[in-house]
Design a protein around this ligand. Structure first.
Ligand code: ATP
Ligand code: MG
Length: 583
């Protein structure tokens, strides 16, 4: 702002002030801004209801009818936000309300386009502050330069025109949160888009919040069961963990997250699905699936679709995380899925380039690492003194041709506590979920596994690694000795065991039964193509004939040697039966 501008006070009104009024305005201005401020009047027709506006530099005293009405509206909104029974309070507010002549900082739009506006004149605007445009559109300050600020727009930029006024709000971006959001589909600003009416919020949470520090955290030691055998057995996820799901397109990434969400039915865990840059039709389908499997009632879907602006896509995961934090602060467990962060990084790149930031590797801005680290750090397991709630994050990343060493994948791999790596080749060979056992890892979840699971899993990973090695060599050998052949058949059986259709989560004891039976070579003589049918029948038998075994595993959470031999016994009897029937 130049010195000159500060030296002129301009009064905007439809009618010229008379002599007496001019003298009073001049006195007011000089009293407040110093003796050498000039005063002049300018005619304007844009105040429909009469009144005036006084502007000194970027400060504006709005005494138009619209301006005062806006003040009253804000006063009413602030009482109705925190209270249930608002009608008497609103009446009281209106009765006791007196308009105030407060200076507001007002800027002017200099350029606008592609969801980005630059605004000049807002001297004191802070990073992340929400700005209100003339027509009510909202934006957020993302870039502060010498004479102007760069701002991302959350509403249609067609409504914002060059030269129009912008007001500061002194508030940072936030979203409404609360229990009423469960079962709903909302946009990244918390506005419902499922046509089921307004949502009454319990609170308002900032979109950007610092991650809990180490004192407020406790180690990850409670399992978050996904119901997917391969994951729960070999790459267990604990509450508060961040486990990346990574793979090429169409390899079943979303399917894993969706199954994990469905498996939280009746487990006292809230699930939030954040869709970033996806087709609206796939999200509709996902929502319907959640509803079909009774999982929507404990879920929130946050949607920033491919057709939404880059700023909206950018803010979506942070907004979803704020909604999760509300529940975590109440001591509840939350599972949040970010589907997917590659598209999120692309949206951020678009935004940054439009804001004029310098591009770096792959044209991403330099702070793209911080973009995801600050998001994923907000996943945590709180210490018991702080309620003991948790946020478990399942970020999803799409790779190109299985390249995990690309920029965004390596970044996110280094931030998370492990990754589940999905492979197209496995997927198309029918191995679904297409988890690459060699490249997947879970760095903290092992502590979260129950003793029963740990014991049942035994040497599974090692056996599979041996099988993979042998499989490569066996392709060259024409005839194999008996021991090697047996090893191969055993490995093939294990791989088949890990296949699991969608929406068929296994309970904890079912997983233990399957693992114990397979590791005891019970399926050795079963044809590999029949392993899936075998497992189905086996579980059925346990359910029907000896439900007490499952009950004991669920209750004790350990696996005694005695129980283990009983499982093997029942499984062997079933295998004999199974083979006889097939002959
Ligand atoms: P995109 O890259 O498009 O997001 P994605 O990696 O998220 O794809 P999904 O949409 O989850 O993949 O799955 C792709 C297809 O594979 C879907 O039709 C899904 O039904 C099927 N699919 C996924 N997992 C399994 C499974 N375990 N068994 C059978 N089919 C599956
Ligand atoms: Mg997907």
């Amino acid at each position: 702002m130049t010195e000159d501008m500060l030296k002129t006070a301009v009064l905007y009104s439809a009618e010229a002030p008379n002599e007496e009024q001019t003298r009073r305005f001049r006195d007011f201005v000089r009293g407040k801004y110093g003796k050498d401020v000039d005063f002049r009047w300018e005619k304007t027709e844009d105040m429909l209801g009469g009144g005036f506006r006084l502007q000194i530099g970027s400060e504006v005293y709005d005494w138009s009818v619209e301006g005062r009405f806006q003040q009253l509206k804000e006063a009413i909104q602030s009482v109705s936000k925190r209270n249930q029974n608002v009608v008497p309070l609103i009446k009281e507010t209106i009765r006791s309300w007196t308009p105030e002549a407060i200076a507001q900082e007002v800027g002017v739009v200099t350029t606008v386009g592609d969801g980005i506006a630059t605004v000049s004149g807002l001297e004191n605007a802070t990073f992340g502050e929400i700005l209100i445009f003339k027509n009510g559109a909202r934006g957020m300050v993302q870039d502060i330069r010498e004479n102007e600020v760069g701002c991302i727009l959350f509403d249609e930029d067609g409504d914002v025109s060059e030269g129009s006024q912008v007001k500061r709000t002194a508030k940072t971006a936030g979203v409404p949160v609360g229990e009423n959001f469960l079962g709903r589909v909302v946009d990244p600003l918390g506005v419902p888009i499922d046509g089921k009416g307004d949502i009454a919020e319990a609170d308002y949470y900032p979109v950007e919040a610092p991650a809990p520090g180490i004192i407020r955290r406790q180690p990850v030691n409670t399992p978050l069961e996904t119901g997917i055998l391969a994951i729960d057995a070999m790459f267990p996820i604990g509450r508060g963990q961040r486990e990346l799901i990574i793979g090429d397109r169409q390899t079943g990434k979303t399917a894993i997250a969706l199954d994990a969400m469905i498996n939280q039915n009746g487990k006292d865990c809230i699930t939030i699905y954040v869709a970033i840059g996806q087709k609206t039709s796939s999200v509709v389908q996902l929502t319907n699936t959640l509803k079909k499997y009774d999982a929507l009632s404990h879920s929130i879907v946050v949607l920033a679709s491919a057709s939404d602006s880059a700023p909206l896509q950018y803010i979506a995961p942070y907004a979803g995380c704020a909604m999760a934090e509300y529940f975590m602060h109440q001591g509840k467990d939350v599972l949040i899925v970010y589907d997917d962060l590659s598209k999120h990084a692309v949206a951020y790149r678009t935004m940054s380039l439009l804001l004029g930031r310098s591009p770096g590797r792959e044209a991403f801005p330099g702070d793209v690492f911080y973009l995801h680290s600050r998001l994923l750090e907000r996943a945590a397991r709180m210490a018991d003194e702080y309620g003991g709630g948790s946020i478990t994050a399942l970020p999803i990343v799409e790779t190109q041709a299985g390249d995990v060493s690309a920029y965004i994948p390596t970044n996110i791999i280094s931030i998370t506590d492990g990754q589940i790596f999905l492979e197209s080749e496995l997927f198309f060979s029918g191995q679904r979920p297409a988890i690459n056992v060699g490249l997947s890892v879970s760095r903290v979840g092992g502590d979260a596994q129950t003793k029963a699971m740990k014991k049942a899993v035994g040497t599974l990973k090692l056996d599979l690694a041996q099988y993979r090695e042998m499989e490569v060599f066996s392709q060259f050998a024409s005839d194999l000795d008996e021991a090697t052949r047996k090893q191969l058949v055993y490995g093939q059986g294990l791989m088949r065991m890990l296949r699991q259709p969608q929406y068929h989560p296994y309970s904890q004891h079912e997983q233990v039964i399957i693992l114990v039976s397979s590791m005891a070579h019970v399926m050795q003589d079963v044809d590999v193509d029949e392993v899936e049918a075998f497992i189905k029948g086996l579980l059925e038998k346990f359910r029907r004939e000896c439900p007490e075994i499952g009950d004991e595993i669920d209750r004790e959470k350990t696996l005694s040697d005695e129980l283990r031999s009983r499982i093997v016994e029942v499984a062997e009897a079933y295998a004999k039966d199974f083979l006889r029937r097939r002959q």
